[in-house]
Design a binder for this molecule. Structure first.
Ligand code: SF4
Length: 474
């Protein structure tokens, strides 16, 4: 039912804790990041002499067995979970990527999307490079390996950063250390924690909590950080005039228990709900969240408005990736496996629904219909984000622009399209107010079309659509 959402790109995790079972730590870290990607999972481990890798298609628990984890021995590990696409699976694109380079083995876990990835791939291909995958992550590892001729990896990474544009949070694995890199805009989150005298790196702080690590700090945008048994060492911080943390991490992707760049996700969502209530408060009886992503905002809305919060929709938490879609005739007769209204809670009531975002509008229409069938007298739909009018080119699959309902319809038309009695999107001003003077550090390009980093490969329509369809994002 909830396919009508942007898809996250990936989650990454790194660990350097000598004397501990780093593969298992990576496994639990990836478990905590599973919401960021369900298509594939992988862990690469280094022991000072080489790198071992295991990866496969599926959830973390499906890819790794106790036996597999036991075989991965070392003191450094990096891990990756990749997002699920609606099309065919592509095992070749699973990460971490591990290559033999001129100067030893190199592994990479990447979250983000390069906005000049196609151009760089073309240049590399023209100069004789070969590619195994369709990911722009392989562009990164190719560039770094080529620029590492003098065995100075931090300098090679720096030279690579001067060439690539767009979003990249990276964890690189060598035989002796881990290098952690965040693009100068800081599009995708990345933080570091301390554990038993060693270090842990993760896309979100919830993964640090998951392995019992203490949050130390966010990786600074533009930073190249070396993590080894000798400690942490910052090699360089590349600066740009602004930052551009993805606001969608707060709206939908990240876990509410994560704190990203100083803001707790759950609190931000609650505040978005409060803001919504200040902007739009029709005469309704109850506030109902669209679970789970609308729950925190709905609570905030209820707190601010004084209205009753009701769990009027129940989500089946056990419907996963392998769910077999019901046949059309079954759908027509009302098979509701993923989401079901609580008739007793909504019958005869004027309901205000709170959801986080609306992409195509197909699911929202079904939810409104479902509530009416369950007896709701009126249904108002509230979104805790502004209308999505542009695609994302920085590692989030917001679908192509032609399918974005708000890119082609007015709010009044969308209201009609989904069959609601009222529809309200959180205003951009309201959204930004939640972040106070840090709002200037956000990317909001999918709401405004003002991209912080130029999309050089924009015109390469084929590649762009291939990127989204094949899930090339890291
Ligand atoms: Fe996030 Fe939207 Fe910016 Fe993409 S365009 S990074 S989804 S805010």
């Amino acid at each position: 039912m909830h396919a009508d959402k942007p898809r996250e790109a990936c989650g990454i995790f790194g660990v350097c804790v000598p004397g501990q079972d780093v593969a298992r730590l990576a496994y639990y870290g990836l478990y905590a990041l599973q919401h960021r990607g369900q298509e594939s999972a992988g862990i690469a481990v280094a022991d000072g002499r080489g790198v071992m890798l295991h990866k496969g298609m599926g959830l973390v628990a499906e890819v790794f067995s106790d036996e597999r984890l036991t075989a991965l021995k070392g003191f450094l590990a990096i891990g990756h979970v990749r997002y699920s696409t609606t099309g065919a699976s592509h095992p070749v694109n699973a990460q971490p990527l591990v290559f033999h380079c001129g100067r030893g083995m190199l592994g990479l876990a990447h979250n983000g999307n390069l906005s000049n990835g196609f151009t760089l791939r073309r240049e590399l291909l023209d100069s004789g490079a070969v590619f195994q995958t369709t990911t722009d992550s392989e562009v990164l590892i190719n560039l770094i390996a080529r620029l590492n001729g003098d065995r100075n990896l931090p300098a090679a990474i720096k030279r690579c950063m001067a060439k690539v544009e767009g979003a990249y949070s990276l964890i690189l694995l060598t035989e002796e250390s881990i290098y952690v890199v965040r693009d100068p805009y800081g599009f995708r989150p990345l933080c570091i924690g301390e554990l038993g005298g060693g270090w842990v790196v993760a896309s979100e702080s919830c993964a640090l909590d998951g392995v019992g690590a203490r949050f130390v700090r966010d990786v600074t945008p533009g930073e190249i950080l070396e993590v080894s048994p000798a400690g942490l060492r910052t090699h360089a911080v590349e600066t740009v005039p602004r930052r551009a943390h993805c606001v969608f991490e707060y709206i939908y992707f990240a876990r509410p228990d994560s704190t990203l760049d100083g803001f707790n996700v759950g609190r931000v969502r609650r505040e978005m709900g409060r803001q919504l209530a200040r902007e739009f408060c029709p005469p309704v009886d109850i506030v109902v969240p669209v679970p789970d992503s609308g729950t925190a905002a709905a609570r905030g809305y209820a707190e601010e408005s004084g209205l009753v919060f009701e769990e009027g929709l129940m989500k089946n938490r056990y419907v996963g990736r392998t769910f077999i879609q019901p046949l059309q005739q079954m759908r027509d007769t009302g098979v509701r496996i993923k989401l079901n209204p609580v008739r007793e809670a909504v019958a005869g009531k004027k309901v205000l629904l709170v959801d986080d975002s609306l992409v195509r509008g197909t699911t929202s229409g079904k939810i409104v219909r479902m509530l009416r069938e369950a007896g709701a007298a009126e249904v108002y739909y509230c979104l805790s984000s502004p209308p999505i009018i542009r695609s994302c080119y920085y590692g989030i699959d917001t679908t192509n622009e032609a399918e974005l309902v708000a890119a082609h319809k007015s709010v009044a038309e969308i209201r009609q399209h989904i069959g609601a009695d009222g529809l309200h999107y959180l205003s951009l001003e309201g959204l930004l107010r939640v972040f106070g003077d840090k709002a200037q550090d956000l990317c909001v390009a999918c709401f405004t079309g003002e991209y912080p980093v130029k999309i050089r490969d924009w015109g390469v329509g084929k590649f762009a659509s291939c990127t989204l369809a094949l899930g090339v994002s890291g």
